[in-house]
Design a protein around this ligand. Structure first.
Ligand code: PRP
Ligand code: MN
Ligand code: MG
Length: 185
């Protein structure tokens, strides 16, 4: 039997730290959107965990919708050209929209998404990202809510994958080198 723990190099953010931060973010969002009808837009698939936990930690009733996008590019490098695999069900014209993302790495996905959604005429459009990497500060994207600024390491867990695995970890960690097929896999 394969143990998830054996694939990990270290835990970067514990389950407790994640849950405390999610409660903090939810309280901020609740306060900022008090009296307003809010639509949370989760970006599949990475944002599934943060979306579910953030929404559950909120006190006000919100709507939830999902988008799936795929960025064209060679291998792991994102090109900034994005394709919609699943569009929103909702019409966001005149609505208050909060994009929920697990991580901003290069920022290319979000900058494309923001201009795409902005063109649909929402009443407001903001971003909540659980994690942000250093590269992201170079992009123009203005992120209203950020959970953690993390170092430029490949992280998995709590929605984030490596080759579609490890999304189910309840914490955020880095992978052991043997997982990448590097040394003695
Ligand atoms: C990951 C992550 C963000 C995006 C960030 O998604 O969940 O959506 O990349 O990268 P960027 O800032 O460099 O654009 P991915 O495309 O791997 O799809 P997934 O959410 O299904 O894992
Ligand atoms: Mn994603
Ligand atoms: Mg991914």
């Amino acid at each position: 039997e394969k143990d998830l723990g054996a694939d990990l190099a270290k835990v970067l953010i514990t389950e407790e730290q994640l849950q405390a931060k999610v409660r903090e973010l939810a309280a901020q969002v609740d306060a900022d959107y008090a009296g307003k009808d809010l639509l949370l837009v989760g970006v599949l698939k990475g944002a599934v965990m943060i979306m579910a936990d953030l929404a559950r930690a909120m006190r006000s009733p919100v709507s939830m919708d999902w988008m799936a996008v795929s960025s064209y590019g060679s291998g792991t490098k994102s090109s900034g050209v994005v394709r919609i695999l699943k569009d929103l069900d909702a019409d966001i014209m005149n609505r208050h929209v909060l994009i929920v993302e697990d991580i901003i790495d290069s920022g290319l996905t979000l900058s494309w998404l923001v201009s795409n959604l902005r063109s649909r005429g929402p009443a407001s459009l903001e971003i909540c990202a659980l994690l942000r990497k250093p590269e992201a500060v170079k992009t123009e994207v203005d992120v209203r809510y950020v959970g953690f600024d993390i170092p430029n390491e490949f992280v998995v867990g709590y929605g984030l994958d490596y080759a579609e695995k490890y999304r189910n970890l309840p914490f955020v960690g880095t992978l052991a080198p043997h997982v990448y097929g590097g040394e003695s896999a």
